[in-house]
Design a protein. Sequence first.
Length: 670
Amino acid sequence: MGSHRRTAAAAAATILASLSLYPIFLGTAWFFAGAGAVCAVAVAGTLTRLRRLPVAVCVAGVLAGLLLYLNVTFEAARSWGDVVPTPTSLRLLWDLAGAGFTESAKYAPAVPELPGMMLLAAGGIGLTALLTDLIAVRLESAALGGLPLLLLYTEPFTLSVSRSALGTTITFCLGTAGYLGLLSSEGRDRIREWERPNPGPDLIPDTRALAAAGRRVGIASVALALCLPLFVPGLHVTRLFGGQPGIGGTAGAGGGAGVGFPNPNTQLSQELHETQAQQVFEYTTSDSAAEYFQIYVLDHLTSSGWQLTSPSTLAPAGQRLPAPPGLAEQADKAWATTVRTNVTLSPAVGQDALSALPVPYPATAITAPGDLKADPNTLMVFDYGVQLADLTYAVTSLSESPTPQALNAAAAPPPDIAGPYLQVPSSYDSLRRLAKSIVKAAGAKTPFEEALALQDYFTGGAFTYTLDAPTVTDAQQLTAFLTRTYKGYCQQFAFAMAVLARLLGIPSRVAYGFTGGTSVNGVYVVTTHDAHAWPELYFQGFGWLRFEPTPQGAGGQGTATSPSYTLQPSSAFPTGAGQTSPGSGKTPSSLPGSGSSLQQRLGLQLGNDNGGGPAPVTPATLSPWQVLGLALLALLGLLVLASAAPACARLVTRRRRWRSGARGGDAGLA
């Protein structure tokens, strides 16, 4: 009876602890899949304890039960009788797990409930339940059973997922309650055995008063541990209750205008650190890949950072937008394909301060209710007289994929581009040496090759993607990022590459908007965690082209992608040759700057980056899901070794005593 009670308590504790994973996923299906895995483990564990079996056999039986559950849940159609696994169903289950690891490295939290990610969630929660059940029930150590629960609870912290104070407090209290319940279930059984081992029902003492005292002690201990940092100098409240990584600097004046569209004077860090990803819009596209959506273009570089220039004139933007600046005529653009995109904004989206719309660049036509206008220089699109919430519109744009050879042969920019887009305040001049050393080490010969060298410089592995980095708003902070810290998110990377490009004579600007989001059943979903900043460089005949210096994948922005023209090999460019490392160009450690004041006229200071990034880790590391899996496997191995150690020690001791006794004859053996 006691074993069954502890089994139920261990299962309940695991389910409650799994609630801490809520910021990682969009939706709730992952929770029910994980709860089912916990129940399957509890049933399998109970069956293995009906007979006295070795620990290794019990573990194997529970693993088989968990595998059976996962097979029925995800690959029942390929199973015999929709239940019994077959070689085909197991192979497909393995492939689905591999797809899940790939998706975990690609998408930033909160991630959609894709089948592969769901399998990893259910499997991870199931393994946690297995370890908790094994330690607390089979090995009769409920206190140590909290270790797997702790691994499960701390998983969101390895991803640096933003969490609300209320949500995190509730999940912490529920997880703590589950653990205390597990301790209580074991303590009740131990107290009953004090008077007589395995007492009958009539001989069980009343332990309710003692159990209540234990619960009071446990609750008081937890409360004291949580409240102590508030009163003791030197101790600080950590991110346990939703505190977010420090960004450095403060937000600009004005508050957010709604989900996904912050006030232009609000720093992008508010988008980054939304407590939970909220959908901004969804779209369908005729393109084969996800599209970036541009909202603002910051084209004026000042000593206080990149600023948005208030457009002097706006052109009507109905069926046809102004021609994209710098592009050749349509007949000459065999490298550009026409893409049609249908966008639906979320009902939660608030009014933007400039009434700007997110559109793929370069847009050539747009159909939407309201009074549509466009900036001829940047192709920023504004829609006046309508509510953005729930707005639906269609955009026609160009998907550009010029060849490196064509870009290497691009002519020099005309004066109307070179004049305004090559201006660099004198405070940045000390970085010119670093810019030249980067392209020289890479062997770049043309402006396009120099642009590739800059992009490779940031994504080559020496820089670290992290949200725990100060905002870059002037030359001094940029110098610190490039020569000392080497840590940042898209705000720093976009700022830095655009400045270095101008120092090399390449016209540049910074765009602010969203990455392409995540595909869910053919529809792309874009959330607040997909907010992003990237540099755009100008090449005559091809216009403004996007580059991606921000690290991607598990060590960077999960939904960021490099443009195709930066991935194609160039016969004239020695790819990867002599790549320079950060700090190789010596620059002063301090440069004058005017601080981070906002432009007095209408303008936007670029803030911080995307919230979907994964945990702040260096590129090319294991994903957090792999770390959790390896930790669980290592803990399982240690438990198996620990369970086998007493039997091995007894066997060695008996053999040693038997050999020593044999030397004394029959008396010694006796």
